[in-house]
Design a protein around this ligand. Structure first.
Ligand SMILES: NC(=O)c1ccc[n+]([C@@H]2O[C@H](COP(=O)([O-])OP(=O)(O)OC[C@H]3O[C@@H](n4cnc5c(N)ncnc54)[C@H](OP(=O)(O)O)[C@@H]3O)[C@@H](O)[C@H]2O)c1
Length: 305
């Protein structure tokens, strides 16, 4: 099969002929039609072994159902989450992270959900019932941020989007933000924080009583984060939660059920996948440049043609 494998020179992947994957008993073999790019997997490319296949989010058609009898049958349109291997013509996907795609949802739309959608959904669920809660989303213009603010709004929260550039205000209000700000003055019950550094420090200072801040990312892992302890300790019961989507879905056994919920929302027209760029996977270099340079926000989807 053809796959995008890791190479030393930028963009750090190239189309290569490789052996087909051999699925484990609980994995379906999926003919991938589309995958979406995530900042994390793209930034990881230079650190991955040369020749390895990467990619987390795959949408396609089951070629061989899992040998243990679990999961969808051959011929089913599916979307799934893998630790590695989505950027290939064939991917072996565990059936507990795989679900059928409903009618009316495209491969491209479905491919945006496994990482960005599930991360947004799981991180918000840490905040419990969101009805009438004050929710803050940082990095609100990104793939995860746009999903999180829509899901929080659908859940009945009062959603504030924190952005660098207020030019995004009308877009984010359309997606459900009640307020779009570039600085914080109020406190929040639930914060989904996807930037780190000074943004994380500022967000911690605006946690309300018994509030929870879910940190999903930091732009620079070596960076020190500062905040005034007096601002944190004035909110008894406030928590900071470190989030990793693979760990969360495993802990809650929720990979498939989260994907079903997200696909249903897309099928009902209630969740907009915010695809801003679609290309053939042969244009991977341009797609990676667009994502990393922030030439496009939202999601980048590549089609296997
Ligand atoms: N923990 C997990 O399991 C998990 C899962 C998924 C994603 N993540 C991480 O979460 C982060 C967001 O992912 P994504 O896919 O949404 O990425 P993305 O689409 O590239 O979005 C990046 C977001 O960060 C903002 N941003 C970038 N640099 C910034 C800076 N210096 N100061 C303030 N904001 C800045 C961008 O705002 P502008 O529009 O202003 O550029 C944008 O809102 C990434 O770091 C990713 O690795 C973690």
């Amino acid at each position: 099969m053809l796959a995008l494998t890791v190479v030393p020179a930028a963009p750090h992947v190239a189309l290569t002929e490789v052996a087909d994957p051999t699925p484990l008993p609980d994995q379906a073999l999926v003919g991938v039609k589309a995958f979406s790019l995530n900042r994390g997997e793209v930034l990881d490319l230079p650190t991955r072994p040369e020749g390895s296949i990467t990619g987390w989010d795959a949408a396609g058609v089951v070629e061989h159902a899992a040998a243990d009898g679990s999961g969808p049958a051959a011929g089913t349109r599916v979307v799934g989450l893998v630790r590695v291997g989505a950027w290939a013509e064939l991917a072996a996907i565990p059936t507990n992270r795989l679900t059928p795609i409903p009618d009316g949802v495209s491969f491209a739309q479905a491919s945006t959900l496994p990482t960005a959608g599930v991360t947004a959904l799981r991180s918000l669920e840490i905040g419990g019932l969101l009805l009438a809660k004050r929710v803050l989303i940082t990095g609100a213009t990104g793939g995860v941020g746009r999903m999180a603010l829509q899901l929080a709004s659908l859940s009945g929260a009062h959603v504030t989007a924190l952005v660098r550039d207020l030019a995004a205000e009308s877009l984010l209000r359309r997606l459900g933000a009640s307020a779009v700000v570039n600085a914080l003055t109020e406190d929040f019950d639930v914060i989904v924080e996807g930037v780190g550094g000074a943004t994380l420090g500022m967000a911690i200072e605006h946690l309300g009583k018994r509030g929870v801040l879910v940190n999903i990312a930091t732009l620079d892992p070596a960076e020190s984060v500062t905040f005034r302890m007096s601002r944190f300790t004035r909110s008894p019961g406030a928590r900071i939660y470190t989030f990793t989507s693979f760990d969360e879905t495993a802990a809650h056994d929720s990979g498939t059920s989260d994907l079903i919920r997200l696909c249903t929302l897309v099928a009902e027209g209630r969740l907009d996948c915010q695809i801003e760029l679609e290309h053939s996977w042969r244009a991977i270099a341009d797609a990676i440049e667009a994502l990393l340079s922030r030439r496009v926000g939202g999601k980048v989807v590549l089609h296997i043609d």
